[in-house]
Ligand binder design. Structure first.
Ligand SMILES: [Mg+2]
Length: 334
């Protein structure tokens, strides 16, 4: 049984693990399979990768960088606020040269550029319907142990500047609430899924109404496929073909629950399934493994994997152990 601090560390390292493991996967499973076969380790990105060409093995991407940047701002603000969210996202955007980087997602780029023009932050995210809202939300869940409603409310705040739509808040709330439940000592995978479904439903009632489909239904679809049993590759392909693993937040969040359940929330196995599912694999992996790592605790992640992540220069700059200390100081009973 993991302590709160072990769960926070597990969530943060899980996020980085799933992100870096999925980073080299191609958009289509046939491409990934042709290049690698079954991905069972950290790999460098292939030179022809659309987004990640040139990145070394065990390198995190925008998902974890944004999550960690937000975590630091929430620690400094001692709360999840709109101002801290804007600061965390804009500072990250400038750090990676966001105006010209392939790395920045469409909703985040649109939102940040509008913020920089001086637009009202309550309007800058009104078209944001992609998965950036969910890929960076794990710290919000970690700040709400056993408090899914608080996690959902703060997830909505974290969406405002770039993803202020019903569909994006639904996806982000699903992940934040699932992690809030995963922080419980007596958490079960069923309770985590139920938390995700609750977050998806309550989050959907917030933000600008949007034309996207139901996050709830995609989670249910993905969990059903995952629980069919049988050949893992066939189930991953079914998730890819029906739930989807594109930048659409309903697809990404649904697929993340699918690979999480297929792996019984073992962090490394979740990363393996996310990577081999392809599509936006680093984002599916980051989200799913943040939940898995929180649920199982840092003790469930091989120390050799943690050492590989900590040795990478980008991860080192964000300093996961220090983030964990900061988040823990906000949730620990004083
Ligand atoms: Mg990414």
């Amino acid at each position: 049984m993991s302590t709160l601090k072990e769960k926070i560390l597990g969530g943060l390292y899980g996020q980085a693990l799933g992100d870096a493991w999925g980073m080299p996967a191609y958009f289509h499973p046939d491409q990934t399979w042709k290049a690698y076969g079954w991905i069972t380790d950290f790999l460098p990105a292939p030179p022809d990768h659309e987004v990640h060409a040139g990145l070394p093995a065990a390198r995190i991407t925008d998902d974890s960088e944004q999550a960690f940047s937000l975590a630091w701002e929430y620690i400094h603000a001692k709360d999840v606020t709109l101002a801290a969210t804007i600061k965390g996202i804009v500072e990250w955007y400038d750090r990676v040269g966001g105006d010209t980087s392939k790395y920045v997602g469409p909703s985040t780029r649109r939102g940040v550029q509008a913020l920089k023009r001086g637009d009202d932050p309550h309007t800058t995210g009104r078209l944001g319907d992609t998965n950036g809202a969910a890929m960076r939300v794990s710290p919000v869940g970690l700040l709400h142990p056993n408090d899914p409603i608080g996690a959902i409310d703060d997830a909505a705040i974290s969406c405002i500047p770039t993803h202020n739509t019903s569909v994006a808040i639904s996806g982000a709330s699903a992940i934040a609430a699932a992690i809030a439940i995963a922080m419980r000592k007596d958490a079960t995978l069923d309770a985590i899924i139920a938390g995700g479904l609750l977050g998806a439903e309550l989050g959907r009632q917030k933000g600008h109404p949007w034309l996207g489909p139901s996050v709830t239904r995609r989670i249910e679809m993905a969990v059903t496929i995952a629980r069919k049993g049988g050949d893992p590759l066939a189930r991953l392909r079914e998730i890819f073909d029906t739930v989807g693993t594109s930048l659409s937040i309903v697809e990404t969040v649904g697929a993340a629950f699918g690979v999480l359940v297929m792996a019984d929330a073992d962090p490394k196995q979740t990363a393996i399934y996310a990577a081999n599912c392809s599509g936006d694999a680093d984002t599916v992996g980051a989200i799913a493994c943040a939940i898995a790592g929180t649920y199982r605790g840092v003790g469930a992640i091989d120390p050799a994997i943690i050492a590989r992540l900590d040795a990478d220069e980008i991860c080192k700059q964000y300093n996961i152990p220090a983030i964990a200390e900061g988040l823990y100081s906000m949730v620990s009973p004083s």
